[in-house]
Write a protein that binds this ligand. Structure first.
Ligand SMILES: [Zn+2]
Length: 340
């Protein structure tokens, strides 16, 4: 290590379990962060400061004022300029650590670009907000034998789990199917900055350990945190499913796009997300959405005005999002308000 680099990371390399050799490995590592919201932006800052050699920041969204309460790296100017999060993050990180490579990628991670965007990385960090993308990451990670760190947070609670293909349960061993019905989301339940920061920190801690000490070094325990009740729990990770379609039978339908909800343009300014075979309780969804949106509901459909979009959801899970022709935006609106 050059002297300046040695000095820069001294407090970290002096931590004996990491050491100079661990620091050298961290400096040679390549990490992809998928989703640069509350989880991803803090993960990125922690890893950039720690000297991870190359970071790939993947996000399709733009900075908004309502992000600033919990999303590190972004400021009011970014929101006023509506900068893409990946770009705003890369600019800020370059000022924090000019000695590492940072590649912002403004894109929606999807089956068609997953290979290109995640290829060759040593580790993937989950900063996403939906199961569809997590299954895609899981398929890729298991196929390539790349460790990834699953994390999620909503309201005051969150969880973290390291997934090391070949050694631990994968996401589909634990959740063979996405949770059914509509799910709590940060839009409907809110989310506290301290819980996203806690989960992102736990993910970054696992990341540094895997990079410095190898994939065998990290505990395969599920950690859950609630910053409102002050509860922190660890449970043994569920055992591997020896008939898991993904890590046992090595089928990767999410990566091949086979299980992705078909989407089509629908009229001049609307996108339809087709029947997802996941029936939705419209009354329950209305209850969740009513604090944040004007909602009308009957037995046939729910209609809600969210942001600048009009979201219509049907009992079979189908939805029409008016106000956009961008399928990525429509997918994001669905994930944020209905959950997926
Ligand atoms: Zn599995």
């Amino acid at each position: 290590m050059a002297l300046a680099a040695e000095h820069r990371y001294l407090r970290q390399s002096r931590f004996a379990p990491l050491g100079k050799e661990g620091q050298r490995r961290i400096g040679g590592a390549h990490v992809a962060i998928v989703g640069m919201g509350a989880l991803g932006s803090l993960q990125a800052e922690l890893l950039a400061r720690a000297g991870v050699g190359a970071l790939r920041l993947i996000d399709r969204d733009f900075v908004e004022l309502s992000n600033l309460q919990r999303q590190f790296l972004y400021d009011e100017t970014d929101a006023q300029e509506a900068l893409p999060k990946a770009v705003a993050a890369a600019r800020r990180l370059a000022r924090i650590n000019s000695t590492i490579q940072i590649k912002p990628i403004v894109a929606d991670l999807a089956p068609r670009n997953a290979d290109e965007l995640m290829e060759g990385v040593d580790l993937i960090l989950d900063g996403t907000d939906n199961f569809e993308t997590r299954y895609l990451i899981n398929d890729f990670a298991v196929r390539e034998s790349t460790p990834w760190i699953y994390g999620a947070a909503v309201a005051s609670y969150g969880l973290k789990l390291a997934i090391v293909p070949g050694r631990t349960a994968c996401l589909r061993c634990i959740y063979p199917e996405p949770p059914s019905g509509s799910q709590p989301t940060c839009e409907t339940e809110g989310v506290l900055g301290p819980v996203t920061a806690a989960i992102a920190s736990l993910q970054a801690g696992d990341a540094l350990k895997i990079l410095a000490r190898g994939r065998e070094s990290v505990a395969a325990r599920l950690t859950t945190v609630d910053v409102w009740n002050g509860e922190i729990r660890q449970t043994a990770s569920p055992a591997r499913d020896h008939d898991c379609p993904c890590c046992a039978r090595r089928k990767f339908p999410h990566l091949e796009g086979k299980l992705r909800a078909p989407i089509s343009l629908c009229g001049r300014n609307a996108v339809q997300i087709h029947e997802r075979a996941r029936p939705i309780d419209l009354a329950a969804l209305a209850g969740r959405l009513s604090p944040v949106a004007a909602v009308r509901v009957n037995e046939f459909a729910l209609r809600a005005a969210v942001d600048t979009y009009e979201l219509t959801v049907f009992p079979d899970g189908r939805a029409i999002i008016r106000g956009t022709t961008d399928v990525g935006v429509a997918r994001s609106v669905y994930a944020r308000y209905v959950g997926m």
